[in-house]
Design a protein around this ligand. Structure first.
Ligand code: DC
Length: 230
């Protein structure tokens, strides 16, 4: 039987990680794990409960009270918090920013770590986030770090918001993105960075299909096998 790999894709906001990870998972017939969704779900609860994102004690207390889990619905992982499926409700910029702030707190990262590891324990997964290759899956078979120029990332984020039917003010989106990058890169625990053994892919001038093609060819060439679903 073919070995089922753990593939990690880390990178900053708006680099195209979600689209690429989803497409890669589909091609490989693997599960797609969006770890940002877990941080967003937690942030959603923080906002709902009126807890301040920098209230470490309040966040730690919330960690011990909440029930958070992933469920496979029609081939994609949905995130539930206290029984509520919040998968679609967590995509706003506000939730993203709060997620970035609360994700710097160790109690929050610890609370979400085992859920992520459990999802990947059998392999056959494309895991997307900030610390996949460095902390969550240090023994991953393939590690990618997906980057893109800041202007291009802002453009993609605006497009994504508009596609979802929301509004996108270029200046606000650019400001939020820069704040989020800085918070994610400068936090003490599990900061956003490329693992030393990660393959860096700059997608500024590449289409999604080109990026996925490149990743597939790297995965296949190392083993001389085709892992792509025909
Ligand atoms: O990928 P995203 O935009 O959905 O992530 C939202 C925030 O969650 C991100 O700004 C930082 C945090 N996050 C994290 O700290 N570690 C991860 N593995 C994934 C997300």
């Amino acid at each position: 039987m073919k070995k089922k790999f753990v593939v990690t894709i880390d990178g900053p906001a708006g680099a195209g990680k979600s689209t690429v990870s989803k497409a890669l998972a589909r091609k490989l017939s693997y599960i797609y794990l969006d770890t940002g969704a877990l941080y967003r779900a937690f942030a959603y609860k923080v906002i709902q409960k009126g807890i301040l994102p920098d209230d470490e004690k309040g966040l730690a207390a919330l960690c011990s009270r909440i029930e958070i889990y992933l469920e496979n619905i029609d081939g994609s992982l949905n995130v539930f918090i206290d029984g509520e499926n919040v998968t679609k409700r967590i995509r706003s910029e506000e939730v993203g920013l709060v997620a970035s702030t609360v994700s710097a707190v160790s109690a929050v990262r610890e609370r979400l770590l085992s859920i992520q590891r459990k999802a990947g324990e059998r392999g056959g997964i494309v895991a997307e986030g900030r610390d996949m290759g460095t902390v969550v899956f240090p023994m991953a078979d393939y590690k990618f770090y997906l980057d893109a120029g800041v202007e291009e990332r802002v453009r993609r984020r605006c497009l994504e918001l508009l596609t979802r039917g929301g509004s996108a003010d270029h200046k606000t989106v650019a400001g939020d993105l820069v704040v989020r990058d800085r918070q994610d890169q400068e936090r003490k625990i599990a900061p956003l960075k490329a693992s030393e053994d990660a393959i860096i892919v700059d997608s500024t001038c590449m289409s999604v299909a080109e990026v996925v093609e490149k990743m597939i060819s790297i995965i296949n060439s190392a083993y001389g096998l085709s892992h792509e679903r025909k």
